[in-house]
Design a protein around this ligand. Structure first.
Ligand code: GAL
Length: 670
């Protein structure tokens, strides 16, 4: 990635470019306006299979040759896509078995994109063939700077090919049917398998399902998609191995385990469309940015797609009001993105996304959006020294796909209306509002170097993950954990000897029963320090062992019993929430526990709507200050003398930000 950064002179700036949708007379104008906007990189050919191979085995690369040359002549680098996210209609007619089969048994059909079954050998064969052709032709083209493998891997198929592949996957995992029967607890309801051929994908919708079969199917589907990615990646790498290869991931995407995927990528790349109609969409964006930075151990990541203004996929598509696109882009950069890229360069005239915004909108270069894009393109150049720099955090938050699937993919839990992402955001938000730097970890990440670990509802966690969390606390870490954690093992089987099996010693309490609350029930919680709050949704019927009560219920059948537990564990401390506290009391408690661990934010006291984060290298720190308020300006102390890279002006002690204003202050270290 270092070579790529050098090539583009810092940040990549650009977007998806679809010249195949336009007459070649437009291409020259495109490139002229790209230069005007400061574009240095485009993602090319994302859905262009039908234009590259109009008939089976007949290729038309002429137009792509021309575009690659034109871009290169104008100093624009190409992130060249394999077009395999959109199989041509001829392929689906020749081989209808490439279609994914939906959960209801119907084929997905032609007319959208992503209409392929990742397990289909035919799909894989044709995908390999077009990928090989592209790599043969363009691997040494001077415009080529990066490979963009397919697009937003995502389809799940319940068809025959999936069943065959699932069985292979299970045989590799379990080795014997006995081991599978044991892991899946198939004695329950007499589901015992006696021959591998009997094992099938879970066809019926997800109520009333063997929960381990469903869980393994999620793991399998993520792996089947990953096999497709790896196959194409290895083809392009076999031609030359000095060009970075990646695919674009999505925000909060449940169907692919990005921790596992990221190991196979040269950079983690994210497509994200925060909804301007939602007041807090920038906070969940911040979490996703932290996740993407963490996926590859703190390496800068790529913002691969965002909207220049409105999208077109929702019922109501609100524009990004003036200044918001810039602020959102700088937000990604502040959390270690090394690119600002958009879907798409030029707005399409027809097709599903004809009202999706673009860097160059239907109204042309004399438009608000094009002007804002051009202004940002200029600013990205000013920020060049920031590219490649990293950030550090004392706090980590657990976000794990196995845990997500455990909570949301199968019914049969004490309550079945979990939202893992909401619960994670509930835990992340108080840290974000107090300007704490936060890394994201998986159950298998190293926890070295962190002081606080936040564990939101980790229902399913494997033994090694649970042991790592215990060791973290024993060695002096602070763990903040919430209810229904550590309940089942990696096979979705309840851990023995009382809830919460994996964490009973850690939290210093045994839970007799889980008591989900009735819809309108609420409880009064009294803290040892006199604070009172309400809670809803859930209570643990919990008996303290080594733990003590930080708060107890003041009413209801559990009156006098612990609602928030504190346990000294080894050299560390654990605070466990056994109920869903109202947000304010939860936030305050989390903030106190973090403060008591000794972790402080250098931006303490700065209003919550001013997002503060820091990137840096050996010689400099870059302090990003982003004012999310459209109403009021604000002054923020930066603790030193430096320069605002966006204005070039010296900064002494304090920076003033306009409404929606931003500053990136360069401070010399030492
Ligand atoms: C992404 C996709 C793009 C475009 C965009 C619209 O999911 O990769 O091709 O459809 O969404 O927001």
């Amino acid at each position: 990635m270092e070579a790529f950064r050098r090539r583009v002179g810092g940040f990549a700036f650009g977007g998806d470019y679809n010249p195949e949708q336009w007459d070649r007379t437009v291409w020259k104008e495109d490139v002229r306006l790209m230069r005007q906007a400061g574009v240095n990189t485009v993602s090319l050919g994302v859905f262009a299979w039908a234009s590259l191979e109009p008939e089976p085995g007949r290729y038309d690369f002429g137009w792509l040759d021309e575009v690659m040359d034109l871009l290169h002549d104008n100093g624009i680098s190409v992130n060249l896509a394999t077009p395999t996210a959109a199989p041509p209609v001829w392929l689906t007619h020749l081989h209808p078995e490439v279609f994914p089969i939906r959960e209801d048994g119907q084929p997905f059909g032609f007319g959208n994109r992503l209409h392929y079954d990742p397990s289909s050998p035919v799909y894989r064969e044709y995908a390999a063939r077009i990928t090989t052709k592209l790599a043969e032709r363009y691997s040494f083209h001077p415009a080529l700077a990066m490979w963009h493998i397919s697009n937003e891997y995502g389809p799940t198929s319940y068809g025959e090919a999936a069943s065959v592949n699932f069985r292979h996957w299970l045989r590799r995992k379990y080795g014997s049917l006995d081991a599978l029967n044991e892991a899946w607890t198939t004695r329950f309801w007499g589901q015992v398998y006696t021959d591998w051929e009997q094992v099938d994908v879970p066809h019926i919708p997800r109520t009333w399902m063997n929960p381990t079969r469903r869980l393994d199917f999620k793991r399998f589907t993520s792996d089947a998609l990953l096999e497709c990615y790896i196959a194409e990646r290895d083809i392009v790498r076999s031609f030359r191995d000095d060009i970075p290869v990646m695919t674009n991931f999505m925000r909060f995407f449940r169907h692919a385990d990005y921790w596992k995927w990221a190991r196979e990528e040269d950079a983690a790349a994210l497509d994200i469309y925060p909804n301007p109609a939602e007041a807090h969409s920038h906070v969940s964006a911040a979490f996703n940015y932290d996740l993407f930075r963490s996926l590859k151990g703190g390496q800068p990541w790529m913002l691969m797609e965002q909207a220049a203004s409105a999208v077109s996929q929702w019922k109501l598509n609100i524009v990004k009001e003036p200044g918001r696109m810039r602020l959102g882009s700088l937000q990604a950069v502040s959390r270690a993105a090394d690119s600002v890229m958009y879907f798409q360069w030029r707005a399409a005239r027809g097709g599903q996304e004809r009202f999706h915004s673009a860097m160059l909108p239907h109204s042309g270069p004399e438009s608000r959006t094009f002007k804002e894009v051009t202004d940002l393109g200029r600013e990205m150049k000013l920020l060049a020294p920031v590219a490649g720099t990293r950030s550090s955090a004392d706090i980590a938050i657990l976000f794990d796909w196995d845990g997500w699937w455990g909570l949301e993919e199968v019914f049969g839990l004490p309550r079945n209306d979990w939202s893992y992402t909401e619960t994670v955001m509930r835990h992340y938000t108080p840290l974000w509002e107090r300007h704490h730097a936060v890394d994201v970890v998986s159950a298998s990440s190293s926890l070295d170097g962190y002081k606080v670990l936040v564990v939101p509802n980790a229902y399913l966690i494997d033994d090694a993950g649970a042991a790592r969390i215990e060791a973290f606390a024993r060695d002096g870490g602070t763990v903040i954990m919430s209810f229904f954690s550590g309940v089942v093992d990696a096979d979705n089987r309840v851990r023995p000897d009382g809830y919460p099996g994996a964490f009973r010693r850690l939290i210093g309490a045994k839970i007799d029963e889980y008591w989900p609350a009735r819809p309108d029930e609420s409880f009064t919680v009294a803290f040892a320090d006199g604070r009172r709050a309400t809670s809803t949704w859930w209570r643990d019927d919990l008996h303290l062992e080594s733990g003590t009560a930080l708060a107890t219920y003041a009413d209801g059948l559990l009156a006098g019993r612990a609602a928030v537990v504190e346990n000294r564990f080894g050299a560390g401390r654990v605070v466990y929430f056994a109920t869903l506290l109202e947000q304010e009391a939860f936030d305050e408690t989390v903030a106190r526990v973090v403060a008591e661990s000794g972790v402080r934010s250098r931006f303490e006291g700065v209003p919550a709507h001013v997002e503060c984060s820091v990137r840096g290298d050996a010689s400099h720190e870059y302090v990003f200050l982003l004012n999310h308020s459209a109403e009021s300006g604000v002054s923020v102390p930066v603790g030193g003398e430096g320069t605002d890279l966006l204005t070039g002006r010296p900064v002494s002690g304090e920076v003033s930000l306009d409404p929606l204003g931003a500053a990136v202050v360069q401070l010399a270290r030492g």
